[in-house]
Design a protein around this ligand. Structure first.
Ligand code: PSU
Ligand code: MN
Length: 302
């Protein structure tokens, strides 16, 4: 298996010494944020993780090699080469075979973390059941992968562009536990709250870590979603957000955007329609998730 992996020496060392490692996906930096924001935000997130006493491991595919522990300069180079595809779980082998660059989504990153024996992944907001999924069948592989991969995922809930109640139902069916960190209501990425309750609320990191440990010991195979709301001061108003989401969804339909292009398109439209407010929220929540991920990783061992 290691034939296709390049593991950064720092990560190798950390794993040998059982130091806390926080795995970070790469699609958000390459396709989810404009470059002028993404690289500084990534540098900031890495710094936060280190300050909290853990080691950041960005995962992606470069020239057909699976990389565990990319640097911000590698992501920047990947953006400049402009050929990084968005790699879902199913795309990994093809990306390797064609020696392409690939930015890994949550689904691909969960898989890689699990193969490495690393217990925790951080993102902004994971994918879910899309609105109108009953017609389009658009359900993110993030969900199906989390249902079958025992890794903890720190996210700010799911994106407001999705069908949130349907995604919560899906997670109940798939036996994915959803833990609200210091929140009673399920956060929806740009919004710190929704009218939907979280199935579990936990206020302390060691309590969450305890649950992860029990799950590992009794051999549960699902991942765990840890929902960490965007900080209040960056949270967008629900009505305003709904308005711009509806508008972007309409545009996507008109332009016949489908498949993996849907999410990046909608994020980009929202960034424009909110004059950058969603970018600020996105960056703020990524930093929060990096910090929480690092604090949590310190309680976990491989
Ligand atoms: N969170 C963000 N920005 C993003 C994403 C998440 O803040 O760009 C990406 C993640 O990589 C996630 C992907 O896995 O969107 C989901 O895409 P889709 O809906 O096509 O499965
Ligand atoms: Mn999709």
């Amino acid at each position: 298996m290691m034939e296709y992996f390049d593991i950064h020496p720092e990560i190798k060392d950390a794993m040998q010494q059982l130091l806390p490692v926080v795995v970070i996906e790469s699609t958000v930096w390459v396709h989810g944020l404009p470059e002028e924001y993404s690289i500084p935000a990534l540098v900031e997130c890495q710094k936060i993780i280190r300050q909290e006493g853990a080691i950041p491991a960005i995962v992606g595919i470069s020239d057909g090699r699976i990389k565990i522990g990319l640097g911000a300069e590698d992501i920047s180079a990947m953006i400049d080469r402009k050929r990084a595809r968005k790699v879902n779980l199913r795309d990994i082998p093809q990306c390797i075979q064609k020696r392409e660059d690939g930015a890994t989504t949550v689904s691909a990153t969960l898989f890689m973390a699990h193969r490495m024996g690393l217990p925790l992944v951080v993102t902004g907001g994971m994918g879910g059941v899309h609105r109108q999924a009953e017609k389009t069948f658009d359900i993110s592989a993030d969900l199906t992968t989390l249902a079958t991969t025992p890794v903890a995922l720190v996210t700010s809930g799911i994106k407001s562009i999705l069908n949130i109640p349907a995604t919560l139902e899906y997670m109940e069916t798939a036996a994915i536990p959803v833990i609200g960190y210091r929140t009673d209501s399920f956060p929806t990425f740009y919004c710190s709250s929704s009218n939907l309750p979280v199935p579990e609320r936990m206020d302390e990191v060691d309590e969450i870590a305890g649950i992860l440990r029990i799950r590992q010991k009794i051999g549960m195979k699902q991942g765990v979603l840890i929902a960490n709301p965007v900080p209040q001061e960056y949270s967008l108003g629900e009505t305003f957000l709904e308005e711009v989401v509806e508008k972007s969804l309409f545009e996507a339909q008109e332009m016949e955007i489908s498949g993996k292009d849907v999410t990046p398109f909608l994020l980009e439209r929202l960034h424009t329609l909110t004059s950058g407010k969603t970018i600020q929220a996105n960056i703020a929540l990524l930093k929060e998730n990096a910090a929480l991920g690092a604090r949590l990783a310190k309680y976990l061992y491989y």
